[in-house]
Design a protein around this ligand. Structure first.
Ligand code: NAD
Length: 372
């Protein structure tokens, strides 16, 4: 069901283009073993796999009771008390789907057999150093592995991608991402002590999405700062400029501490191209993790009375995008897709971008020339 009906008067060619948006799907589905039984597995992984018909054959968490409770609620027949036990049970074609704090990846991945197919949750480690270790592990063990950059597969981003592929946006020269919301950080107990927070665990999706549209920036400028109301946490507010040269403007601005009711909250990505513009609203950020509906709009240009049109969107980030990240990995693994957009080698470049942003945030800006 579309989240919104298309606006009256929308050009039929545009409607036809956006209706081609599809999640990738393998010809033959493979059994999945999930490692981690936390919030995101409950809210998105399992509902997505159920919707897509991807069989989950086992669940493991270091908290055995949590795994047992979630497995019984979702009809998953096996739980495991260790990764080693899960690996012993896994058939050779199993997909290992890892959704644990990033600091745990380097301990879990070495336990998978050589040549395994692995989907790991973002981020790919907590620092670039950890990302290097994870990348080298994936290389040395010959994994077919991807990072779960789910925003790329959010149905509204797929709609905008179809618009772009249909030529309705033209060359993109402006992207802005703005999130002003109240994020319940306390849901993630591991973030209480995480040295890096907002860019690494949240905006990383935006930076990865921008890379998927524009490639790597030439350089970055960033400030990520703490919120006085959550002074115990690392920085949770960010402003970042990605430099793509003199005729492109790309920035991300986030404030996760806007606890003044929903009226002034927003969360969107907006693209401006030489021929048209697009905007998606990221509903999940406005009432995490329940979410509000995702939307997509198209801004036409060049007519006497340019206007915005709502576009039909066939689902929401949670859970639909998670069908896409898993579907893309399985399609690539079976050979029916020739590329894997969130391959660990590509994800590593997003980690390098994140590292550059944190480094930039430590550097001084230009002082006012008051002594001249
Ligand atoms: N793609 C997305 O949109 C998205 C959204 C939310 C979270 N995430 C990512 O998913 C990961 C998990 O997030 P969450 O919201 O489920 O957190 P959570 O705190 O709710 O759950 C984490 C789970 O991992 C388990 N765990 C920790 N270490 C483990 C280990 N070594 N072995 C087995 N289990 C272990 C914990 O017991 C817990 O159940 C994070 O890395 C986060 O960045 C991604």
């Amino acid at each position: 069901m579309p989240n919104l009906p298309a606006t009256e008067g929308l050009d039929a060619r545009i409607l036809a283009a956006v209706q081609t948006a599809r999640q990738p799907r393998p010809k033959q589905v493979r059994p999945i073993i999930v490692i981690g039984a936390g919030g995101i597995v409950r809210a998105a992984h399992l509902p997505a796999y159920e919707k897509a018909g991807f069989p989950v054959i086992g669940l493991m968490d270091q908290d055995g009771a949590k795994a047992a409770e979630l497995a019984s609620g979702r009809g998953i027949s096996r739980t495991f008390s260790s990764v080693a036990e899960a690996v012993r049970f896994a058939p050779t074609d199993a997909i290992f789907d890892v959704a644990v704090p990033a600091s745990q990846l380097a301990h879990i991945l070495p336990q998978f057999p050589d040549g395994a197919t692995v989907l790991m949750q973002k981020p790919m480690g907590e620092t670039l150093q950890e990302a290097i270790i994870i990348r080298n592990l994936c290389r040395n063990k010959g994994f077919i592995a991807a990072v779960n950059f789910s925003l790329r597969y959010s149905p509204n981003n797929l709609v905008v991608t179809s618009l772009a592929n249909g030529g309705f946006l033209g060359e993109i020269h402006d992207i802005e991402v703005q999130t002003r919301t109240y994020t319940p950080w306390h849901l993630w107990t591991f973030l209480a002590t995480a040295p890096r927070l907002e860019i690494l665990y949240h905006s990383i999706h935006y930076f990865d999405l921008i890379r998927s549209w524009m490639g790597n920036p030439q350089s970055v400028l960033a400030r990520t700062v703490r919120n006085p109301h959550t002074a115990n946490l690392a920085a949770t507010k960010t402003i970042a400029i990605l430099d793509y040269g003199n005729s492109k403007r790309v920035f991300v601005a986030t404030n996760h501490n806007h606890n003044f009711g929903p009226e002034r909250q927003h969360s969107f990505v907006q693209w401006e191209g030489l021929r048209g513009a697009a905007r998606i609203a990221m509903g999940v950020n406005l009432d995490y993790p329940t979410g509000k509906p995702d939307t997509a709009e198209y801004g036409e240009r060049g007519s006497n009375s340019p206007r915005w049109h709502s576009l039909p969107v066939g689902g929401n980030n949670f859970p639909d995008a998670f069908m896409g990240t898993m579907g893309a990995l399985q399609s690539f693994a079976e050979g029916s897709a020739s590329t894997l957009p969130s391959h660990f080698e590509d994800a590593f470049q997003t980690m390098a971008l994140v590292e550059a942003l944190y480094r930039s945030s430590e550097l001084p800006g230009e002082p006012l020339p008051l002594d001249d």
